[in-house]
Write a protein that binds this ligand. Structure first.
Ligand code: HEM
Length: 282
């Protein structure tokens, strides 16, 4: 956020309501994919770790825990794959903040923003380099994350086919074990899981921190899709310059409900004021 916009957002003096706008930044496919990836990484990590080290020993006849865990791992793997395919489609069909351009450091503006953000994290700069969508450093980080998602999917499919020997799956992924041996594929598949865990810790920290810095409702935005920002900041956003129109929406449903209630109360009091008053008999 630039200095002027920040001062509008952070000033202690009440800001005129029309200067703060609510922007629909994260469309529902972005949010659904985000949470499906989050949940599937949770399930995949738990079941995957079990496949590596079966920390629960099943006893009794008919107990087939390893098979069940493996099955859950595979099903969640395909859910993870589906989520990624939806997101890949949305890189080309989504709004200005969902498109592929947001994730690449193209041009001076993006590089400057990413370096400034890095300086901010290294305590060499006071102001973060905010954007309406992802800041340039976050965008570049998500490129790495999605690349890791692809690596995890490819290695997972190759390991799956190593047991399945499907000709259809083999057609798509059979080339991979020719390039990298199955043991290394297993190693990579396992190692990437830890990178996801490390990313997760930093991701929560930075989302929380930036939410406090920007006062834009960043953490809530990945649930609702909306951020609350100064209008001039939205208009000056690099992504807005490239896209047509101004995607700002009016106040949300909660505010509209309050407005409706206030109007109804006003009407009711106006009606009661216009009614003839019954005089009390003395
Ligand atoms: C392993 C778990 C998670 C992964 C892999 C992950 C990954 C991602 C990715 C790739 C994006 C970019 C979305 C896009 O445009 O495609 C994103 C955005 C975001 N995530 Fe997560 N996420 C995880 C968990 C969480 C959790 C638990 C929260 C907590 C509330 C969270 C909050 C956010 C927020 C606020 C954004 C949008 C703002 C931004 O940083 O640019 N994430 N996440």
């Amino acid at each position: 956020m630039n200095a002027a916009a920040r001062s509008v957002a952070q000033t202690a003096v009440p800001v005129p309501a029309e200067k703060i706008v609510r922007v629909y930044v994260w469309q529902w496919p972005v949010r659904i994919v985000h949470w499906v990836i989050f949940l599937s990484i949770g399930v995949l990590s738990f079941t995957g770790y079990y496949l590596y080290d079966p920390f629960i020993i099943s006893r009794g006849h008919g107990a087939f825990l390893m098979g069940t865990v493996r099955f859950i791992h595979e099903v969640s793997g395909f859910v993870f794959l589906a989520a990624f395919l939806v997101r890949a489609y949305w890189f080309f069909k989504g709004n200005r903040w969902a498109r592929w351009r947001q994730f690449l450091l193209i041009g001076r503006e993006q590089w400057r923003g990413a370096l400034n953000m890095l300086r901010y994290y290294l305590f060499l700069r006071r102001e973060p380099e905010s954007r309406v969508g992802h800041n340039p450093l976050a965008g570049a980080t998500y490129t790495v994350v999605y690349t890791l998602v692809v690596i995890e999917i490819l290695t997972g499919l190759a390991l799956f086919n190593h047991a399945l020997h499907s000709s259809v799956l083999g057609f798509f992924i059979g080339w991979l074990p020719w390039l990298i041996s199955v043991q290394y594929l297993r190693e990579i598949h396992f190692f990437v899981m830890f990178i996801f865990w490390a990313f997760f810790i930093h991701h929560i920290y930075s989302a929380w921190l930036m939410g406090i810095e920007e006062r834009s409702g960043l953490v809530g935005s990945i649930f609702s899709g909306y951020k609350v920002l100064p209008a001039d900041f939205v208009a000056a956003d690099p992504a807005s310059r490239r896209a047509k129109g101004f995607p700002v929406v009016g106040p949300g449903w909660a505010y509209r409900r309050l407005r409706r209630k206030a109007t109804a109360e006003k009407k009711a009091s106006a009606v009661s004021a216009s009614m003839p008053q019954t005089k009390s008999s003395d």
